[in-house]
Design a protein around this ligand. Sequence first.
Ligand code: ADP
Ligand code: MG
Ligand code: ZN
Length: 733
Amino acid sequence: MHHELAPLLKQYFGYDSFRPLQLEIMSATMAGKDVVAILPTGAGKSLTFQLPALAEDGLTLVISPLIALMKDQVDSLTASGISATFLNSSLDPAEARDRTEALSRGEYKLLYAAPERVMTPGFIADLKRWNVKRIAVDEAHCISEWGHDFRPEYRQLAELRKHLPNIPFLALTATATPKVRQDIARQLQMEQPENFLASFNRPNLSYSILPKSKPARQVFEFVHTRREESGIIYLQSRKATEAMAATLKAEGISAIAYHAGLDPATRAQNQEAFLRDEARIVCATVAFGMGINKPDVRYVIHADLPKNIEGYYQETGRAGRDGLPSECLLLYSRGDLIRNLRFLEDTSDPEAAKITEMQMRQMADFAETTGCRRSALLAYFGEKWPDENCGGCDACLNPREEYDATLPVQKLLSCIIRAKQACGFSTGANHIAQVLAGANTTKVREYGHDKITTYGIGSDTPREEWAALARQLITLGFIDVSPDNYQTLNVSHKGSEALKSREKILLARLPFTHSTNAAAKLSRAGSIPCDEPLFQALRNLRKAIADEKSLPPYVIFGDTPLRHMARRYPQSKADFLNIPGVGSQKLEDYGQAFMAEIKSHLSSHEKQTFDPISSPPAPRMKTENGLSGTQLESLAQYQSGKTIEQIAKARDMVTGTIAGHLAAAITLGKIRPNPRDFFSADDEKRIDAALASAENDLSRLGPIHAALNGEIPYETLKIYAAFKTLETVAGSS
Ligand code: ADP
Ligand code: MG
Ligand code: ZN
């Protein structure tokens, strides 16, 4: 099919193989179809319009919502030797004119522009002359009011259809909700678009949720052991972002604040500092986000409860775009939910408030589940995680044992009741914990709580544990919290029933500390073990080069290529070119400098050897029996005797997609066809040899395809790989 794509992938981007769905999306758009592609952040959506732009004549117009986003992408493309440019309001007229003229001369493969720019009459006339081949609408959820970043200007894009008929649209987003999805196709007036929907699992992200007690302390504990890494801390209020940044700065950590209340210059400056690795941490409100394509954000902390799960998913999604292990930590207190709900009280729109309240409660329910976080998160998007340990969340990694908590629960609940009877008002969790522990404080004496029967009956247990138990019982609904700042406790109806019935109460044992050191640091999925001191040295070099060129460091090289360099110690051009993420332009521009750094490191250090890389393939969305609806449809047609070509024609899909469907069916043992229906014995021998030369790695068809000089199409290789996978499995059992 598109034999030219794999060599271009290698030459410009330095990658050997495609990520899931990339090839399918490109085949569909290159066949002239309208496409809606919904893939999670970091899945590699940009490539699906960048590579076709290189493979074909003409200009690819990329609609992008933010100026910062455009500049970033254009810088990255330029660094890879791809001619791209952008037009937006940040350019002075002379510069804009230069670029327009160069566009008229056909000097660019990609043009990034904001929708409001695109819709001006002069611009549309220009577009007609510029041989536009494809229109990519990035962050396409901006077109929908149901999305989180609605931009009215996106609505006008359908107008482009009139002026540029027969030009395919490729809409891309990471927003999963069905409403947004449908809205995109409808608003862009797509007729029968081909839809691609990937699993929303982010295998390289780990999720932890800890009870929030002293957030500033907890955050500090977490970040100070990760000083070399970039992270985002989300907080509810502008004031809180500034306070947190100040606290961290006082501890010698380079943190900055970001929120919509800062003047534009400061905001831009702070964002720049973060992108350039000058500030390691951004303490931000949700205003900070979409423009941030920084691929090496290693953690996202929510120090306050997000307002809905969609937001939580999008915000945590900003971690680990580059596929390296990254952590998501949520500090949860039920008080946050109560505070969020209180904001809703003086609303003018009770209908909207009802929906918002439901979303807030869903978020709190998510935070309160004791089961697998990943499975709960994916369930929200309608995906079912197989019933197994995800290996990357606190619940799966430290499963909590259950214990008989009847006695401590009775002690705690009766203490709340007795204390209130004694002084006439309710008190907070920490005070109750002190009474149980028998603490001799002024407050305890003043309130007469040293005289009640429950005083000191819990002195065998540390106070912190009593406070933690109180929080757990709040979560479980045994205790109500007052909706004011005092957050005083009252035994709920459920709680008093439990006291009366004397039924056995089983609770999950809590982590004893609220220490964030116990959190996260979990998932190794996607990790690339390497020579850490060398990796640091290469990072420093990257930073120096980036500063000189006034670019963000990740535009030079991401952490992934640097880690591969610090694993393989390349010392020749050929070896350097084999590093994933090194294309020919980057070899030429930076190869020498980085190889010199590696050489100098080796003059005083031994080469090390490393564990293999663990990168599980991102699972696709699947139905119960392992195949998706669309896969089953292709399978049914195949079983009725049609060839791949015939199915493709009948289903109006490209052959690569159908081959993928059949390959999945073969791998899962749903069909056992004769290999000769797909490739000759001679071809099989040739592919075997190519496979051997590609390190016998079946998961990456790119190198195999290349070793065959592109003479055997990807469709065939997919089917071949499915047969081989079966053989390997059968052979090893
Ligand atoms: P998205 O827009 O889906 O969030 P991006 O297009 O920004 O993701 O890509 C995320 C990262 O993945 C980038 O660093 C990109 O270079 C990398 N990437 C994309 N395609 C591949 C591939 N086939 N192999 C390896 N890395 C890839
Ligand atoms: Mg993107
Ligand atoms: Zn889990």
